[in-house]
Design a protein around this ligand. Sequence first.
Ligand SMILES: Cc1cc2nc3c(=O)[nH]c(=O)nc-3n(C[C@H](O)[C@H](O)[C@H](O)COP(=O)(O)OP(=O)(O)OC[C@H]3O[C@@H](n4cnc5c(N)ncnc54)[C@H](O)[C@@H]3O)c2cc1C
Length: 320
Amino acid sequence: MMISNSFGLKAKAKNHIHINTLDDLSMLDEVNQDEILILGAGTNVILSDYYDGTVISVQLKEIEINGNCIAVGAGLNWADLIEHCLINQLYGIENLTHIPGSVGAAPVQNIGAYGVEISSFIRSIECFNLSTRKVETLNNDQCEFSYRHSIFQLKNYIILKVNFIFNKSFEPNLSYPALSDFLKDNSIDSSSITPRALSESIKDIRNSKLPDPKLLPNVGSIFKNPILRTNDFDRTFLVGHRWDQADGYSKFSAARLVELIKPELIIPNTLGFYANHSLVLINNGGASFDEVINLLNQIQSKIYEQFKIQLVIEPEIIGS
Ligand SMILES: Cc1cc2nc3c(=O)[nH]c(=O)nc-3n(C[C@H](O)[C@H](O)[C@H](O)COP(=O)(O)OP(=O)(O)OC[C@H]3O[C@@H](n4cnc5c(N)ncnc54)[C@H](O)[C@@H]3O)c2cc1C
C-alpha cells in the first residue's frame, strides 16, 4: 500500500490500520510495537521506499467546544481547525495558519511559526500508550514541550485527541519581524487588525516564501534552527541571522548556515533548494531516499567542519 507524503517519495508499507473509532484500537493487539509507524498527512517525514510494518492513521475528526476549551480529534486537518477557531471566535493560533498537516501531529514537534508555538494552547492530550496499552491523558507539563520537541517524539503514544484552550479576546502577536514588516508594507493597521486579516496576512507571507508541496514536493524546513549558548560564539557570527533568547542562549538561522556552505555541495539533479527559502529542500522529481539522506549528511558535515554546529534534521527520517 502506498504511503502519501508531501516530499513525493515513492513509499509503500506492508500494512495500514485506520483508527476511525476508539474500538479500532483493539486492532493494535495484532501488531508488534516495533513495527508501527504513526502517520498523519505525511508532511513532515522522509520515507524510504518500503516500510516493513504497519502504518497507523488516526481518522478521528470530532470537534467539541466548551467555552474557550475545545477538544479536537487527531485526524482533523490543521487548516480546518484554524477555520473553525476563526468562525467561533477562539483566538491565539492565527499565526499558525497555513501549516500543512493534521491536528494529531501538531503537538509532536510542537509546531511553531511567526512567534507562536502550539504548546501555549494545549491543555492536555488524550493518547494511546503503546507500553501500557491504555488510553491516557497527558497534561501540558507531561508533554515536555520545547522548541520543535515533545515527549511524543519518543514514539510511545498514539495521539487521539488534543484538548486546546484558546483566548476569548483577540490579542494578536505581531512581534515577529517578517510579520510586522508585511503589515507595514501593505498598510494594514496593526492596532485594528482583525483575526481573519491576521490569518490571511500569514497565508500571504507563507505563500510568498514557501512552495506549495502539491507543485514542488517538500517538507517545509529541512533542519531545525540550532539554539546554542550565546557566549560560545563571537557577537559578529551570523549577525542579522541570530536571535538572542532570554536564558543565555541564541537561536541561529539554519537557512543562513546552509547558504554559507551551499556552493560546496554536490546536489543531484533530482533535488534542489527553493529559490525563496534555502531551508526548503525540493524534490525535482524522482528523488530517492538515499539521495536525500546523502545530501543532508553532506550539509551536516560541512556545517560541522566549518562552524562546529551540529544541525538537526527537522522531519522524521523513516528508514526501512
Ligand atoms: C510547506 C510546508 C511548510 C511547513 N511549515 C511548518 C511551520 O511553519 N512550522 C512547523 O512547525 N512545521 C511546519 N511544517 C511541517 C509540518 O507541516 C508539521 O510538522 C505538521 O504538524 C505535520 O503534520 P502531518 O499530519 O503531516 O504529520 P506527519 O508528517 O504525518 O507526521 C509527523 C510526525 O508526527 C508523528 N505523528 C503524526 N500523527 C501522529 C499521531 N496521531 N500520534 C502520534 N504521532 C503522530 C509521526 O509519527 C511523525 O513523527 C511544514 C511542512 C511543509 C510541507
